[in-house]
Design a protein around this ligand. Structure first.
Ligand SMILES: C=C(O[C@@H]1C=C(C(=O)O)C=C[C@H]1O)C(=O)O
Length: 462
């Protein structure tokens, strides 16, 4: 592993050598000829097929680094082994990350036999919410990536060398990783602010809205978990992918979770963002939940919160797009723990393809959205720093991957937790809520508890 903070390519002894070959995974035939079933449906992949390939912590393949993952409904990418690592910081963290990746790519030797989004060179990244946070950001270039998309799968190996090596072989690279062991009993303690204290934080947020300092502010809290046995991140990822199949299950540098919110996907000039804001807890009773979905869809408080979030995304995308499409009304996204108001905003990038901004540049322009910061952005960010009482670190920051052409997918690191490199028993869980004038501190605390459920369940044993 090399840790570089600037001018990476100049310091690389040899170019990055990248090789992608087709793979035969369950439900993912290697040859496209065998792929399309007659009824037009794609073969079902188990949501954890890719995750099952991740090497165990402590194994040689894991290389001492946290697993890398970006998976939804069985498609996506997993990666392991840390070939290159770039640490970035401050307001320029996204630009620094992009520069580092471009410098590596400028000297790359690539043989890509599959040619799909996510094949060829791929880097994963995770970035702090706040430019002042010591958590900064990281870009990791793995040694091995396995991807799956719509019935096709591939294997990419990345090395730093002088020439293309032999055709990579998955069996040799993966072996048979042992299933992750349970983390055992989990005990919880307060995070930076106690639950009671957080009600006061929310009350201060509501007062600031009523005073006209902001229209909306998103306030978050953390809780500290201690696992009996060291947490094997693969354990949590498998449970998240099974339980939250409509979310993007991610893991980069110890930041893991299952986010329902896609900050931006950029693919061949088409940009998509899934905006969420406006939440109601589920009861566990389907009929009652349907009634709650109808209440949510008509709640003026939630529609107002949602409108701020959608407008902030559409506004941030407009300078890059020749056209954008903003749905008139949100749909209700049903997750196992909560219901959200959701809107998929799309856009077509303007200008020549070679001049398109990368997906990370788009993520940088979109971050922080009103869904995780508030409106107006600067006033909300200042208010968060003043009253929230914790460093969000990489929670609510962009997390995802990008490829050689800059296309990629970046989620907002929600329903998430940060593991500790120093103490494998320690996990910090996060959740936050949008606050408007009509918010109620006790209801927001309950909503934050509902949003902690995915990660609590993921690191639990039953
Ligand atoms: C901030 C979080 O969620 C955000 C806030 C929401 C809300 O307040 O309704 C909904 C989805 C997210 O945009 C979180 O999950 O931590």
């Amino acid at each position: 592993m090399s840790t570089l903070t600037s001018a990476p390519a100049e310091r690389l002894p040899h170019p990055l050598v990248v090789r992608t070959v087709a793979l035969d995974l369950p439900g993912a035939p290697a040859t496209p000829a065998a792929a399309p079933p007659t009824d037009g449906t794609l073969p079902e992949a188990d949501p954890t097929d890719l995750l099952d390939l991740l090497p165990a912590p402590g194994s040689e393949a894991a290389d001492g680094a946290a697993p890398l993952a970006w998976v939804r409904r069985g498609d996506g990418l997993v990666g392991w082994g840390e070939l290159l690592r770039f640490e970035v910081a401050g307001a320029e963290r996204f630009a620094q990350a992009e520069r580092a990746w471009r410098e590596v790519l400028a000297h790359a030797v690539v043989r890509d036999e599959v040619q799909l989004p996510g094949t060829g060179p791929v880097a994963f990244g995770s970035f702090a919410f706040d430019e002042h946070s010591a958590a900064g950001g990281v870009v990791v270039v793995p040694r091995v990536v396995v991807g799956r998309r719509g019935g096709r799968a591939w294997l990419t190996t990345m090395t730093v060398g002088a020439a293309l090596g032999p055709v990579p072989d998955l069996a040799e690279l993966v072996g048979a990783p042992p299933a992750p062991a349970s983390p055992g009993a989990v005990t919880y303690g307060d995070g930076a602010v106690t639950a009671d204290g957080w009600r006061d934080v929310v009350a201060a947020g509501i007062a600031a809205v009523r005073d006209g300092e902001v229209d909306k502010v998103v306030l978050a809290r953390d809780v500290e978990a201690r696992t009996e046995h060291p947490l094997d991140v693969r354990w949590a990822l498998q449970r998240l992918a099974h339980g939250y199949s409509s979310c993007w299950t991610f893991s980069v540098d110890g930041m893991l979770g299952a986010t329902p919110e896609l900050l931006v996907r950029s693919e061949k000039g088409l940009v998509t963002s899934r905006v969420l804001a406006g939440t109601i807890r589920r009861t566990g009773d389907d009929a009652a939940d349907l009634a709650r979905a109808a209440i949510l869809a008509h709640s003026s408080k939630d529609l107002e919160e949602h409108e701020y979030a959608v407008r902030s995304v559409a506004h941030a995308l407009e300078p890059f797009c020749s056209s954008t499409n903003v749905p008139d009304v949100p749909f209700v996204l049903h997750l196992p723990n909560v219901l959200h108001l959701a809107s998929d905003v799309t856009g077509v990038l303007g200008g020549e393809a070679h001049a398109h901004p990368s997906s990370l540049a788009l993520a940088a322009a979109l971050h922080p959205t009103a869904a995780v910061c508030g409106t107006p952005t600067q006033a909300a960010a200042t208010l968060i720093r003043r009253i929230e009482g914790m460093d969000r670190a990489r929670y609510a920051g962009p997390v995802g991957w990008f490829g050689a052409d800059g296309d990629g997918e970046w989620g907002i690191a929600l329903r998430s937790a940060q593991t500790s490199a120093a103490d494998p028993h320690r996990v910090r869980l996060f959740a936050g809520c949008g606050i408007v004038a009509a918010s109620d501190p006790a209801a927001e605390l309950a909503e934050s508890e509902a949003k902690l459920v995915p990660m609590r369940t993921a690191i639990g044993s039953d």
